[in-house]
Ligand binder design. Structure first.
Ligand SMILES: Nc1ncnc2c1ncn2[C@@H]1O[C@H](COP(=O)(O)OP(=O)(O)OP(=O)(O)O)[C@@H](O)[C@H]1O
Ligand SMILES: [Mg+2]
Length: 261
């Protein structure tokens, strides 16, 4: 089982006083759920871009096991907040796009696309146009595009921010089921404290200016879902509520300090 690692990542834009990221180290093992929670502007997307290989750090390394990585490759797939879909293509064509670029033939592509569409529950919508889909369906197309690469690591940047509360919870359940079914390492950015608690084995708290990791919590709520407990039962558990309130207070406190500073 592989581990995607950030080792002592520091990134400092020349035109800014403080580093955006300072000495960030974390490990994302395959078949784990890592969530980053932190105020707007603390460097979450920058960290995801560095982990994906889109952006280079000033110092430190991104590795899979002991291999240092300097460019994007097929082992890390990204789901963007703006579900970067191609509106002139159908759902199936959007999902097939990267396989076409790799030069695969239609006969090889179709079974793979059908399998992934079945995984995300969109087989019935294969021939639909993007503008005919709901927000949640669009997000699932984005996730299908990431899954078709067979990357062992899936990086998601606030994928459900634009969804209503009910659709959002359905998508949270969808990610948990995907995590149970597929042996992948998930790295998810969110602003939503409930979502962060539910969807993580390790919850990483970041502060801003410079962006550093202040704490890593090891949680078992996702594991409890895996063992059959419902999402509603988990979210209404007193321990869950207590942690949610504690985190809320801490993040609010950080914001106040930032305003004062
Ligand atoms: N190309 C760039 N040049 C200079 N500064 C940048 C650049 N990209 C991002 N920044 C700055 O780096 C900081 C972190 O940005 P980033 O997008 O990583 O934050 P974030 O935690 O993802 O925020 P949000 O939650 O709002 O998405 C911000 O202060 C931003 O202005
Ligand atoms: Mg961001």
């Amino acid at each position: 089982m592989s581990i995607l690692k950030a080792e002592n990542i520091t990134l400092h834009y020349p035109n800014q006083d403080a580093a955006v990221l300072k000495n960030i180290s974390l490990e994302i093992p395959e078949s784990s759920l890592t969530v980053i929670l932190g105020e707007s502007g603390c460097g979450k997307t920058t960290l995801l871009n560095i982990l994906a290989g889109f952006q280079q750090a000033n110092s430190g390394a991104v590795k899979i096991d002991d291999e240092a990585l300097s460019a994007p490759d097929a082992r890390r797939a990204v789901v963007f907040q703006e579900h970067a879909l191609l509106p002139w293509l159908t759902v199936a064509e959007n999902v097939a796009f990267s396989l076409k670029l790799q030069g695969l033939k239609a006969a090889e592509i179709k079974p793979q696309v059908d399998k992934i569409l079945a995984t995300v529950g969109l087989l019935h919508a294969a021939e639909a146009n993007i503008w005919e889909l709901s927000g949640g369906m669009k997000q699932r197309v984005g996730i299908a595009r990431a899954l078709i690469s067979h990357a062992p690591f899936i990086l998601l940047d606030e994928p459900f921010a634009a969804l209503d509360a009910f659709t959002r919870e359905n998508m949270q359940e969808f990610v948990l089921n995907l995590w149970i079914k597929e042996d992948k390492g998930f790295f998810l950015i969110t602003h939503d404290i409930e979502e962060a608690l539910l969807l993580s084995n390790q919850l990483v708290l970041m502060t801003a200016r410079p962006g550093t990791i202040v704490e890593t919590l090891h949680l078992d709520f996702a594991q409890r879902y895996r063992q059959g407990e419902s999402i509603r039962a988990i979210k209404s558990d007193p321990h869950f509520i207590q942690l949610r309130e504690q985190l809320f207070a801490r993040l609010k406190d950080q914001k106040l300090h930032a305003l004062e500073g």
